[in-house]
Write a protein that binds this ligand. Structure first.
Ligand code: SAH
Ligand code: SF4
Length: 338
């Protein structure tokens, strides 16, 4: 049995079977999620005899670090390996001026959505991650660094809304077991409408981020094949419904690709498209991925685009590039040991 991923009540049930007190469950829970140990032997406030007994039936984890890369800017990228040999990447980002420690987690091995600007989609889709495998990524970071993660973004490999049950279960564990506030958790999607509709009917405090990347159908479908399945006008209706039902502000993510979707005319069209949506906008200058010849815009063009959107009354931020020297920036995760 693997202990990582067990809820407090599940540990309590286990203790009952082992004829140990409820308090032991609390101690073990603390070792797993807060002190982030890798082995039962490290749970030093349990008696030696009890640890031996527990070791006969349980292990903390079977997830391994296959590769670790540290960027100049402090970002760390891990290639995490699960017992079946499949790997995903997970990234720890720290921002100098803030106490936040953000984990960027993967929700699937590969991704079927296959956006043209993203390295993850290139390898195709392998399988969904279980909720235990999702939380193991955060535990891996905590075990390796000794730090406690404060924020989670579902912006690693995979499309979270195509693995919604596991993502929601992981979210619950992040919230209740890791004690990470739901408001500090963001789910990013390429626009899977049924998933957005499901989220609209739940009372989640987390942020929904939408990878929009273009203000109209024709431009969007050039870079995102998902546009042929869930088109931008239906997507907008789903987002309006989500905002109406939850009262929450969403985040619009928008990659800026030089000469493609970064012109002043497109900025105005985007501002018009977003006019009646309660949202903040996060601009992501394109990060290079070898398989295509897109380029990032100049700083001047980025600022012009930002200005035009701000002019429409929205809050606009430009995402800081993190870990590009180790291919850990947005869209650069491919989950391979190369
Ligand atoms: N599949 C989900 C979540 C993971 S991607 C989604 O697409 O929303 C996280 C963000 O990185 C998305 O907004 C995605 O569009 C963006 N991204 C992908 N490739 C990129 C690249 N090459 N440069 C910059 N951002 C990229
Ligand atoms: Fe999948 Fe997101 Fe990459 Fe598109 S951007 S291929 S949805 S991981």
């Amino acid at each position: 049995m693997i202990l990582a991923g067990l809820r407090l009540y599940e540990l309590e049930n286990l203790m009952q079977k082992l004829k140990a007190t409820k308090f032991r469950a609390k101690q073990i829970h603390n070792w797993i999620y807060f002190k982030s140990v890798s082995t039962i032997d490290e749970m030093t406030n349990l008696s030696k005899d009890f640890r031996e007994e527990l070791k006969k039936i349980a292990k903390v984890t079977e997830t391994k670090i296959k590769k670790k890369q540290v960027s100049k800017d402090g970002t760390i990228k891990y290639l995490v390996e699960y017992p079946d040999g499949e790997c995903v990447e997970t990234v720890l980002m720290r921002f100098d001026n803030r106490a936040n420690l953000t984990a960027c987690v993967s929700s699937q091995v590969g991704c079927a959505v296959n956006c043209s600007f993203c390295a993850t989609g290139k390898g195709g889709f392998k399988r969904n991650l279980t909720y235990q495998e999702i939380i193991e990524q955060v535990l891996t970071i905590q075990r390796d660094t000794g730090l406690k993660i404060t924020n989670i973004v579902f912006m690693g490999q995979g499309e979270p809304l195509l693995n919604l049950d596991n993502v929601l279960k992981a979210l619950e564990i992040f919230n209740e077991d890791f004690q990470i506030g739901a408001r500090r958790i963001t789910i990013s999607t390429s626009g899977i409408i049924p998933g957005i509709d499901n989220l609209a009917n739940m009372n989640l405090q987390s942020t929904l981020a939408i990878s929009l990347h273009a203000p109209n159908h024709n431009l969007r479908k050039e870079i995102m094949p998902i546009e042929n399945r869930y088109n931008i006008n239906d997507l907008k209706k789903a987002l309006k419904n989500y905002i109406d039902k939850t009262g929450r502000r969403i985040t619009i993510e928008y990659i800026l690709i030089h000469g493609f979707n970064d012109t002043p005319q497109v900025a105005k069209e985007l501002a018009y498209f977003l006019k009646d949506l309660k949202c903040n906008i996060n601009l992501i200058p394109y990060n290079s991925v070898i398989e295509n010849d897109f380029k990032k815009p100049s700083n001047n063009d980025i600022m012009k685009f930002k200005y035009l959107l701000e002019h429409s009354g929205k809050k606009v931020t430009v995402r800081l590039e993190r870990g590009a020297d180790i291919d850990a920036a947005c869209g650069q995760l491919r989950g391979k040991n190369i």
